[in-house]
Design a protein. Sequence first.
Length: 157
Amino acid sequence: GIRTASHAFDREPPSEHHARWAKFDDEILGVDYRNHYGNRPPKDPATMIQATAAGAKHPILTSIPHDAFEAKSHLYKNKPVASTVSVLMAGTLAGRDDISEPVAWTNEVNDGRVFYTSLGGVGDFGLPAFQRLLLNGVLWALGEPVPPADPRVVMRK
């Protein structure tokens, strides 16, 4: 399965047979996760996602719309970001121009590639843009080529 990893190892006390890693977000993901805005669409403002100027050129965003699209998840608070982080996509709350958070980024740690997205609510998995983001992000992190923007690349259920 796929699970958002922010705060995954920060449980106090840790579960039996597990260690606590309170700085995982900072050390590996390159951000400082601080909860979320609590918006739960459709009753709350929608989370709107858009490629950043720098992110639009990254191979992970191949075949992903650079125009804004609506995600089904709530918006996580993920700032500040480390200098090693490249933010690919940012999220805002509909009608709130004062809020912008990174929602997809890369980080390089100890010669390893990290891809992260805070998207991943149940409804996001039905979005072609999210499906392609996961495919591209995993391939990039593995050092594999990202498929070209080709309509024949189709996600199967």
